[in-house]
Design a protein around this ligand. Structure first.
Ligand SMILES: Cc1cc2nc3c(=O)[nH]c(=O)nc-3n(C[C@H](O)[C@H](O)[C@H](O)COP(=O)(O)O)c2cc1C
Length: 262
């Protein structure tokens, strides 16, 4: 429940103006009408820091600092243009401080109805076990079902054959040191978090690959999901992470934008 500290509230009404649910009444002071989705706009907009939501850790709240916020539009576009899918990684452990920044980038992403249902599973230390379980699952399907497994499985069978011929030729894991799975109630929520995580990853010198193949096969593997502790959740996105082997020296070409201006 949103709490207004009436000692601090100056009755300015900004929280009510910004409330998407029209859930705040302004008299001499602000007053909350009923339960809400706890989006936290009232906390973020109040000039007197009079609003809190005890369900969250309020010590986490930061004050906006215009001095240190100096990202220019051309810098943002530059980082978008020069982001690349990275498929070759250095054999180097990813620092946990870098991974913690990625968690924060995912956590602060918008979610539908403020559901905040995204979960982030980083696998680095136990990556060998993860790989083993994924390949074992693919092996089992091939043994039990063979061609009857359907067209969707054929690429996995082919990746597995390649890997068996040369353990370094791993089309699924690309020898990346970290695999991140994002679980969510909503596909788009996971996608948005993934994009913010990628932007943050690039800023600390990491490279990322969205891995649709791994996301699909991991989501289908109940034993793996149990091992990951997410048996009742849907894997919506999978990202490989690591320090990139190559540096791209120019942008990649793109189609003309499909835009309608009216
Ligand atoms: C949802 C999604 C899934 C993807 N899955 C894979 C994948 O399984 N394997 C792969 O090599 N690339 C994958 N990609 C990367 C795309 O091939 C890549 O974004 C595209 O070729 C453009 O290259 P760029 O990202 O360097 O601009 C995926 C991208 C997205 C957005």
């Amino acid at each position: 429940m949103v709490i207004i500290d009436h000692e601090k509230c100056i009755g300015c009404g900004v929280c009510a103006e910004d409330c998407l649910a029209f859930n705040i009444e302004i008299g001499e002071k602000a007053r909350i009408k009923k339960e809400c989705i706890q989006c936290g706009h009232c906390v973020a907009v109040c000039p007197a820091a009079a609003v809190s939501i005890p369900e969250y850790d309020m010590k986490d709240i930061e004050e906006y600092d215009a001095e240190s916020f100096c990202l220019q539009p051309e810098q943002v576009l530059h980082s978008i243009k020069f982001r690349r899918s990275v498929r070759d990684y250095k054999e180097k452990e990813v620092k946990s401080s870098d991974l913690e920044l990625l968690v924060q980038a995912g956590r602060y992403t918008a979610t539908a109805k403020n559901s905040q249902s995204n979960g982030f599973i980083f696998v680095q230390k136990e990556l060998i076990q993860l790989k083993h379980m994924v390949w074992e699952y693919i092996d089992e399907i091939e043994k039990q079902e063979g061609k009857a497994a359907g067209r969707d499985m054929l690429p996995y069978f082919s990746f597995n054959r390649r890997r068996k011929a040369d353990l370094k030729d791993d089309f699924l894991f690309r020898n990346a040191p970290v695999v991140l799975f994002i679980t969510s109630d909503y596909l788009l929520d996971a996608g948005l978090a993934a994009q913010n995580i990628e932007t943050m990853a690039v800023s600390v010198g990491l490279g990322v690959l969205y891995n649709g193949y791994l996301a699909r096969i991991a989501d289908a593997n109940e034993k793996l999901k149990k091992w990951l502790g997410i048996e009742d959740k849907a894997i919506r996105a999978c990202m490989l992470l690591g320090y990139p082997m190559r540096h791209y020296v120019r942008t990649a070409p793109r189609k003309e934008p499909d835009v309608i201006w009216k």
